[in-house]
Design a protein around this ligand. Sequence first.
Ligand SMILES: C[S@@+](CC[C@H](N)C(=O)[O-])C[C@H]1O[C@@H](n2cnc3c(N)ncnc32)[C@H](O)[C@@H]1O
Length: 365
Amino acid sequence: MKQKERKAGQKKTSGPSGESRRDNRASRPPKPVARPAAARETVREAAAPAAVERLLTARSGERPAERVPVILDSLGAGDFHLIDSGDGQKLEQYGPYRIIRPEAQALWQPSLPSHVWEKVDAVFTGDTDEEGTGRWRFPKAALGETWPLNLLGVDFLGRFTSFRHVGVFPEQIVHWSWMKDHVERAGRPLKVLNLFGYTGVASLVAAAAGAEVTHVDASKKAIGWARENQALGRMEKLPIRWICEDAMKFILREERRGSQYDIILTDPPKFGRGPNGEVWHLFEHLPLMLDVCREILSPQAVGLVLTAYSIRASFYSIHELMRETMRGAGGVVESGELVIREAGLDGKTPGRALSTSLFSRWVPK
Ligand SMILES: C[S@@+](CC[C@H](N)C(=O)[O-])C[C@H]1O[C@@H](n2cnc3c(N)ncnc32)[C@H](O)[C@@H]1O
């Protein structure tokens, strides 16, 4: 059994920010001696600052059963569908608007003729990096920054953002409808934690279905947009706590307080920053994040859902991490990819599958 030495938000003391973990490993202290088996064993450093003191828990017990590969395939829902893709781009329908955005995975050629691709309302041009700036071009008429959309019965605003996003990640629909079903069937108000919650569509879906929701995001702007979405759907009375905080810091505090959740959704970026400059680096911090998430799952938990949309990795990397994290908890870990299927101009004609992210989900059975 090992006590792992990786810590949350740990800052490097030298070297450029992109320096690899391999360099850090060289200076790690030796592994502590083995201890007797225990289902859960956490070691804390007494006087360390809050965000860096929590070490990984040494888990024992059987790994949960597994279901792999699971491909969660969506033809779209509500106001969204993928019309066509190809030549490094995708053509999407968001309510009244047809939109073209860069899509590196669309290596093939478009199915639909060029005149369809030419008659669009908005095209994202410029930098295609996740965090890169860029521009929107509106070939027909200048459009406002936002427009109303509906998914799974929830109203929210589509939004032309400078990072090529449109205020929603519709590939998440499959997780959101899974969550909605569970919340509706629970017979009690489930407690849902939505980490990296962005504009709050998942939080609104959960609350509309009857959950008590805690939504966490580091961006004040995103929280503001989420609140706007809540107001748009006249959902202000629903129990949602909007929290602008570093996700890791928040869950560490929840663990110390003994808070518990029935469903946790976590959809972290590869890199991110908390409001006070806390560093999130998926490959460094995901094991600890899942570890803490496990500790704050309630005994009647319905699921822990991880998506990873921005990393180059196999789904097995998050699958095996999830199974290790959930050792001794029983249940099943199912992992694979979220894909959006082309649905043609009518939204009903299945075409090619576009992979959008990896996912891994623990469920109790
Ligand atoms: C791609 S979005 C997640 C999308 C969201 N799950 C959805 O489907 O609508 C990533 C979000 O993570 C947030 N973020 C980045 N670093 C963070 C951190 N350290 N703590 C909390 N949120 C963070 C960003 O502000 C952004 O809103």
